[in-house]
Design a protein around this ligand. Structure first.
Ligand code: NAD
Ligand code: DAU
Length: 341
């Protein structure tokens, strides 16, 4: 049966990959991207689907109640998937305010629209960072859906606040919600301020590769398509009111990722430069994905050794996409964050 789905933040990294996945898999679905086009949103990312008959792009802020309500009036969506967020931890340490605005208040506006116009499902795209971190010397510990919320950065605090609000709208107003909490994604269209694309871009330019602290911090990497497939399963078959963790048991220390990138690109490890640590830097993230596997049959399909090769090749084949980004305002950002680190 045909559905109309509003995808917020669809001009960003994961949202765009989700749109590509959905338009391909469900030819009769109408997909609407609602995006403010902040520094992290790029229309060039969506160029291959802009003229798709089942796709509509709307430039708007999820905090703009009037614009959001007008869109709901026009489209009467069956499902909303809320990806829109300020997503970079380092920026949240510099300037927390916009994180609270978009990530919390924007979530409220989207859910208020769902309440007013009715919705089959509101899905909140959250993060494993809401659980805080795990120690490096306890590889037996993992985040489950029951792990207490315990945030470290303004970013994770804003995402956790939004999650609590989503669950409150379910309990108080009966809004049919689901939440997914995923680990670190990588793949095509990843904005070059994040670890993997930043290291690829710097290595290709023979620039220093800035590793925070000791480089021993661990992240649990998942290929972006696998995340998109998990969300697809949750919005169709997930139980209302439930939280689902998403992750593929692929833990890697940052320094090992950077070394793999050097090796794949034939660049010397002497480019690696240890720089000042991130404030409040989370040590280790590790997801236990048992629930989504048992209930919905989800399993990651792309192994890291293949996904990282595909990703590096994508950055080699799509230089104009990221070079355009890093040639603009990004230069000021990079200077500010890394010059005297
Ligand atoms: P991103 O920064 O690449 O993209 C965010 C998108 O949201 C951009 O297109 C931006 O223009 C848009 N946006 C920002 N503020 C907006 C606003 N006020 N109104 C409308 N649009 C707005 O982010 P991403 O990495 O694709 O992450 C998407 C979602 O997934 C976020 O909610 C993030 O918390 C979550 N998440 C990300 C990861 C990861 O590894 N990147 C992992 C788990 C969860
Ligand atoms: O776990 C999910 C989260 O993953 C998402 O919720 C966030 O939106 C997403 O940005 C990501 O957060 P991280 O902080 O883990 O990702 P980032 O790419 O910024 O950093 C990954 C690790 O690499 C982290 O330990 C910090 C380190 N790092 C990062 C940068 C940008 C460096 O050592 N050097 C760098 O220059």
């Amino acid at each position: 049966m045909s559905k109309t789905i509003i995808v917020t933040g669809g001009a960003g990294f994961i949202g765009s990959n989700f749109l590509f996945h959905m338009l391909k898999k469900y030819p009769d679905y109408r997909m609407i991207c609602l995006d403010k086009l902040t520094y992290a949103g790029n229309l060039s990312t969506l160029k291959t689907i802009m003229d798709h008959p089942n796709f509509r792009f709307v430039k708007a802020d999820i905090c703009d109640r009037e614009a959001v309500f007008v869109l709901f009036e026009e489209e009467h969506p069956d499902i909303v998937v809320n990806f829109a967020a300020e997503s970079h931890v380092d920026r949240s340490i510099e300037n927390p305010g916009v994180f609270l605005e978009t990530n919390i208040m924007g979530t409220q506006v989207m859910m208020d629209a769902c309440r007013k116009y009715g919705i089959e499902r509101y899905h909140q795209v959250s993060t494993d960072e809401v659980y805080g971190d795990l120690p490096l010397d306890r590889p037996d510990l993992f985040f489950t859906e029951e792990t207490p919320i315990h945030t470290s950065s303004p970013y994770s605090a804003s995402k956790a606040s939004a999650d609590l609000l989503v669950l409150a709208y379910h309990r108080t107003f009966g809004l049919p919600v689901t939440i997914s909490r995923c680990s670190n994604n990588y793949g095509p269209y990843h904005f070059p301020e994040k670890l993997i694309p930043l290291m690829i871009a710097n290595a290709l330019a023979d620039k220093p590769l800035p590793v925070y602290g000791t480089g021993e911090n661990v992240r649990d990497w998942l290929y972006v398509e696998d995340h998109c497939k998990a969300i697809d399963l949750i919005i169709h078959n997930g139980r209302v009111g439930e939280v689902y963790n998403i992750g593929g048991h692929n833990e890697m220390a940052n320094i090992d990722i950077v070394k793999i990138i050097c090796k794949e690109l034939g660049k010397p490890e002497s480019l690696i430069t240890y720089v000042g640590d991130r404030k409040g830097h989370d040590l280790r993230y590790a997801i236990d994905p048992t629930k989504i596997h048992n209930e919905l049959g989800w399993l990651p399909e792309t192994m890291f050794k293949d996904g990282i090769k595909k990703t590096i090749q994508w950055y080699l084949d799509n230089k104009e996409w990221w070079q355009e980004i890093i040639s603009g305002e990004y230069q000021n950002y990079y200077e500010k964050m890394y010059a005297n680190r």
